[in-house]
Design a binder for this molecule. Structure first.
Ligand SMILES: NC(=O)c1ccc[n+]([C@@H]2O[C@H](COP(=O)([O-])OP(=O)(O)OC[C@H]3O[C@@H](n4cnc5c(N)ncnc54)[C@H](O)[C@@H]3O)[C@@H](O)[C@H]2O)c1
Ligand SMILES: O=P(O)(O)OC[C@@H](O)[C@@H](O)[C@H](O)[C@H](O)CO
Length: 509
């Protein structure tokens, strides 16, 4: 079987139900994208593909892989082409869109092609920069250097790229760009801009460059929402047989999508997603959308997944269908997360509707979302997505939300018996061994604390106290929250002596 590529596509008779759009090879590169991961390919790139198919954008995306390991080579082997499968229920009907996405012109590896990345800055057609470098990507790294080829961090690479653009076009205000970062951190655009300006100063670039960055470029804050489940490893062979080609970059996700962009409404005319019915909202305040999504959707994931994973389940769908874990997640959302948003200023009816729609999305039987992939980097996710709900609930109700606190104990329990293996951790649950990925200092800290655990109830209380005191993980000493240490220690003891299945059964009604 041949691999998907531009030459293969020229003589390809599309398999039934697979959409193959018109050729895009002649279109100019109008977007530079940092990140070649599953999410961006299933979200921004597929939306640009749809615009191109309607002659509403007429531009392609150059993809730069942000770290040394990446997919630029594979993208080039397939001439930027890949198959996207979006599945779910639409208006109650099972729907599946299968399409070859042709928005990407080429992939660049900055570790071997840095000058080519910089040359993209000289392209007058470029207007947009898109990124998704995970929560770890938008950081100011004082050790990063202008002279590195390439600079280590994503903001470092972007600063060098913008500097080349600024010098090449002699500070032309019209050559400023629109940055649309998609990282799931709060106010991603503001943070990216601040990191770029700090690097420009640290690297002694002229003040006029910083003014050009500030005045002639737009760094929009954006919020993205689509469950993207990536390469369909369990059905890849069958799909390749159906399609008649090999595609190593196949990608899957749900049909639901929402992109909220805090930026001037006028920009929507340059990226007219609304004209083809895509759910992209331009607003002057994205905060409510972010609070709603991060606290309800991501909060529900992060608070339920450790328990369901230790229970022995593998996917979100299994978790939703299971009589115990299914109740656990729904009750967490209904009884603890939603009440914690009571004074958020968000409309109660809208929150209830969003929560119900999230349950439906999690029930989506057509996508396979692995719990282990959601567990990745759970400590920082817990701090951003669940801890605010625990704290707000306690403030409003004067008591702690027991299931959310239990979810903290369940997360800590995931690291029990973990042994550091390189940069990750080999851990164990009753169903067998697994690899837990998190920041290395977090993994080391957890492994060290658990190794001193003596199995007693007092030992569990001590462990909870030590772990909750770690301000580097939680942003504050959580022992200060009345009752939290005792409750966390209590659940740790129950998990250790009775196991997940018996303990969680006592937490649902
Ligand atoms: N998958 C989803 O359902 C989904 C939905 C919404 C948002 N997101 C966000 O997108 C991010 C990426 O998800 P994905 O599914 O595309 O994963 P992925 O593993 O396919 O891609 C990760 C991307 O991030 C880059 N990256 C990794 N570590 C980095 C670092 N330290 N610095 C710079 N770049 C780095 C990689 O090079 C790659 O381009 C997640 O962190 C998540 O916050 C994912
Ligand atoms: O992607 P992560 O690892 O940051 O978080 C896991 C999930 O909660 C997340 O991917 C959601 O599915 C997504 O945020 C939906 O838009």
């Amino acid at each position: 079987m041949e691999k998907l590529s531009a030459s293969f596509l020229r003589s390809y008779q599309p398999a039934s139900g697979l959409a193959v759009g018109k050729a895009t090879e002649h279109l100019p590169e109008r977007v530079l994208q940092f990140g070649e991961g599953n999410f961006l390919r299933a979200f921004v790139d597929s939306m640009i593909h749809q615009l191109n198919q309607h002659n509403l954008f007429n531009g392609r995306v150059v993809v730069v892989q942000p770290i040394a390991e990446g997919l630029a080579g594979q993208l080039n082997e397939q001439n930027g082409l890949y198959t996207l499968l979006l599945r779910g229920l639409q208006g109650g009907k099972i729907t599946e869109h299968k399409e070859i996405i042709a928005a990407v012109s080429r992939g660049l590896n900055p570790y071997t092609q840095w000058e080519e990345v910089l040359q993209c800055a000289e392209n007058p057609s470029t207007e947009f920069i898109v990124s998704n470098t995970t929560e770890a990507g938008i950081v100011f790294d004082p050790a990063d250097k202008f002279t590195h080829t390439p600079p280590v961090s994503f903001p470092g690479k972007l600063t060098a790229y913008l500097y080349r653009r600024y010098t090449h076009f002699q500070g032309d205000p019209a050559k400023g760009l629109i940055m649309l970062p998609c990282e799931l951190i709060d106010r991603n655009g503001d943070n990216l801009k601040s990191a770029v300006l700090r690097l420009a100063a640290a690297w002694n670039r002229p003040a006029a460059f910083s003014q050009w960055v500030e005045n002639c470029n737009t760094f929009a804050n954006t919020l993205v929402d689509r469950v993207v489940t990536g390469y369909p490893r369990d059905e890849a062979q069958e799909l390749q047989r159906q399609f008649g080609y090999i595609d190593e970059l196949m990608d899957t996700g749900e049909i639901f999508h929402l992109w909220v962009i805090e930026g001037p409404q006028a920009l929507s005319e340059r990226l007219p997603f609304h004209k083809i019915g895509l759910d992209v909202i331009w607003t002057n305040d994205m905060t409510p959308y972010r609070t709603r999504k991060v606290r309800i959707l991501n909060g529900a994931h992060t608070s339920s997944v450790p328990a369901a994973f230790l229970y022995g389940l593998e996917t979100v769908q299994e978790m939703m269908e299971h009589p115990v874990t299914g109740k656990f997640i729904r009750q967490i959302m209904q009884d603890e997360i939603l009440p914690s948003l009571e004074f958020s200023g968000l409309d109660k009816k809208m929150l209830n509707e969003f929560s119900a729609s999230v349950v439906e999305r999690f029930e989506n039987p057509f996508i396979k979302h692995y719990l282990l992939s959601i567990l990745l980097n759970s400590s920082s996710k817990f701090k951003a997505r669940v801890l605010p709900s625990i704290l707000e609930y306690a403030k409003i109700k004067g008591t702690l939300p027991k299931r959310l606190v239990f979810s903290l104990s369940a997360l800590l329990f995931v690291y029990k018996d973990g042994v550091i293996d390189g940069t990750s951790m080999k851990a164990r649950r009753p169903a067998g061994e697994f690899i837990m990925k998190d920041d290395l200092p977090v993994l080391q800290f957890m492994a060290e604390r658990w190794s001193a655990f003596d199995g007693s109830s007092a030992g569990a209380a001590k462990l909870a106290k030590e772990i909750l005191a770690n301000e580097a993980i939680w942003g504050e000493n959580l022992n200060r929250i009345a009752g939290l240490t005792e409750m966390t220690g209590h659940y740790l003891h129950l998990l250790n002596t009775r196991g997940m299945q018996k303990t969680i059964a006592g937490l649902i009604r």
